[in-house]
Design a binder for this molecule. Sequence first.
Ligand code: COA
Length: 391
Amino acid sequence: MSTTGLVVDRGLEGVVVGSTVLSNVEGTIGRLTYRGYDMDDLAPNVSFEEVVHLLLYGHLPTRDELDALKHELASRRALPEPLVAAMQSVPKTAWPMDVLRTIVSGLALFSPANNKGEHVSDIHAAIELVAKMTTILASWDRIRRGLEPVEPRADLSHAANFLYMRTGKMPAQIEEAAVNTYLVLLADHSYNASTFAARVTASTRADLYASVTSALATLNGDLHGGAASASYNNLVAIGSPARAEAFVRDELAKGHRIMGMGHREYRVRDPRARHLEAIAQKLSNYRGDTNWYAIARSLEDASNKVLQEAKPDRKIYANVDFYTAPVLADLGLPGDEFTCLFACGRVAGWGAHALEQLHDNRLIRPQATYTGPPPGPFIPIEQRSVALTGT
Ligand code: COA
């Protein structure tokens, strides 16, 4: 409660700020649905393209509708040449999420409608952002390694084309399936922080590029999408499954959080973690030469044990970012690109949420309780001192 009697909800926890038909997170039972379809049914059965259609057009596509969407995605994959040149000109040490955010923002410069200030936000702009983000990520991945970007291929699925653009080689079926399911799992998650940021931006009637740029900036932090990269750093630091418990105890003793554990909404294990764990295990068996999955499994067990001892009244379980780390590590992605691939999935939801916001829009403008000094006299500069400036 503030001094004015208004209730301040720190972090908006439990506050309902809007409605959506796009996805539903049922935190107590651990269920996630996209437009009424349970993630447990979607994850093993659909392509990412079908989920993009479901979120943007409102229903799962027929074969003809899916073909049309795939065609449109493929036709929008290539990047404007100046943006590729821009990536080639930045320091190779640039943080991948900063590059992705900057180049996505730059896409607006190549939209004729935007350049007339018309701020068009429609399904096609949303599809364009879905299509191009994996191209940006794969191109940056190569450029930072001193390689030329690989042109996208129109005949490949979204997942396969991403892997192809990274390596220039056709991915194995198990790798394509892993990326596909990862993108399906990450595509939407109700009013999470980055999606809310996208909706706030859309509510001002800024365009879709602006909304997705806001969302990318918000996803970057390690309490949100940045946890995927941070979680990978933990696997590297642990090095072998036997060291997991000591690592967890050490982290908690230092006052750190275990990345990939805990969730604002889920009071049980994140339903997406189970699907990702299964993928991590399959990829680990397929690779045979890494132990990312074994370390992650051991880290989850150790975290459950130690967090239960340390915070018995909290319900802190593995979230989506936890098994993202072994999955993407076994696919050969560098740890600092994990949050970028998260964004490549979530952009489907960001676009759909921004359009949903615009469909029945009201400017999002909450209130804050003022806790500063009361109104007082203006102080001329010659009379000011450090003591008078306040905080
Ligand atoms: N490791 C250790 N302790 C954790 C924890 C974690 N991963 N997550 C939550 N806690 C503890 C907090 O320290 C706090 O303890 P306290 O009350 O004794 O101080 C308590 O649980 C509640 O934390 P709080 O930050 O208020 O809960 P929240 O609902 O805001 O937490 C997260 C949600 C995601 C911010 C939090 O679980 C977290 O920081 N997780 C790690 C980052 C992560 O994986 N983010 C990706 C989310 S998909």
